[in-house]
Design a protein around this ligand. Sequence first.
Ligand code: NAD
Ligand SMILES: O=C(O)C(=O)C[C@@H](O)[C@H](O)[C@H](O)COP(=O)(O)O
Ligand code: ZN
Length: 366
Amino acid sequence: MHTLTVDLGDRSYPIYIGTGLLDRAELYTPHIKGRQVLIVTNETVAPLYLQRVKTALQQTSGLQVDEVILPDGEAFKNLDTLNLIYDALLEKRHNRTTTLLALGGGVIGDMCGYAAASYQRGVNFIQVPTTLLSQVDSSVGGKTGVNHRLGKNMIGAFHQPQCVLADTETLNTLPERELSAGIAEVIKYGLICDEPFYRWLQDNMAALMARDPRALAYAIERSCQNKAEVVAQDETESGIRATLNLGHTFGHAIESHQGYGQWLHGEAVGAGMLQAADLSWRMGNISAPELEALRALLQQAGLPVTGPADMTVDDYLSRMVVDKKVLDGRIRLVLLQRIGEACITSEVPRELLLQTLQAGNRLGCP
Ligand SMILES: NC(=O)c1ccc[n+]([C@@H]2O[C@H](COP(=O)([O-])OP(=O)(O)OC[C@H]3O[C@@H](n4cnc5c(N)ncnc54)[C@H](O)[C@@H]3O)[C@@H](O)[C@H]2O)c1
Ligand SMILES: O=C(O)C(=O)C[C@@H](O)[C@H](O)[C@H](O)COP(=O)(O)O
Ligand SMILES: [Zn+2]
């Protein structure tokens, strides 16, 4: 097992990464302060992993262990589903010392985290991510929340977990499409802050897609290390943390326009990162061969390299103007300064943005 730390002073917490961690009672217990735990999971993950987590927790005598099993999917990441968590907490009389435990992917982690941030004005929670995307990104950093019909993650809070327990063996049951979605966020770290990792990904994408355990473990650790460093510098996104949003202004527009769940978050981010890279090329920041190499890497990872065929420029713009990074009414975008370095700008010439949005499957063409 490898242990990384998210360094936030007296709110620092560990990220445990390894195999067989779900069963290890001693990893959970130091992070459970009271006598109650509510496991939040969904109908897909519960039959696979719920009993193992319960068995581990029940080794602590006197601990009340309850569960709530939510419907599965991005379409259920909303306030209605959140209410099912509050219902369970109240019906089972959970108090302020309770601990919530998110067992599942990013949808479960974001919703469980927001329930923890808001229940009785804030209780503890633990992240047990079971998708690649949640192990490399969503379980770390304390962004929690739910979607609104008009925008992604529009209702939420920053609320850090007590620990993150990433059992990489859970990835053995993950559908191929979800593996690819997770790889999109992995590629993101290479692009925004870690060029050597980007080169490693170019050399090792076939191993990752074949779920080589060593390659996966390395990619997860390196991704978490990168994210932990950014979060430690800027927990609430007043500056550098926004770089973790590369591709997301385009990607969130795709997700909400298509209807949540039609495009997976990672798929929309994959297409969105290529749009951001196309714009970076139009701005003269990266070369045409670098743009082509990114397209090839995304394709090798099984990710889309164009947005939805039927999405118009106006469809994009009407969604992009509600992005959380908008400042003084102006869209702010994360672009590439070069491969391995991102920049945040509201100074993009409008005609270049329109060219990118119009380019469709001809990204990278004048
Ligand atoms: N908070 C953050 O910092 C952050 C970062 C990135 C993404 N997100 C959010 O995360 C969400 C996407 O997360 P995701 O990609 O994990 O999607 P997800 O949570 O929908 O999980 C993907 C699918 O895999 C299933 N699943 C989970 N674990 C499994 C396993 N081990 N075996 C088989 N099936 C399994 C789930 O039930 C679901 O059907 C989005 O809502 C996105 O906005 C948040
Ligand atoms: O942790 C962050 O910061 C991120 O931006 C990570 C993203 O991958 C993630 O999708 C996040 O939820 C997007 O945040 P939002 O503030 O744009 O909703
Ligand atoms: Zn994301």
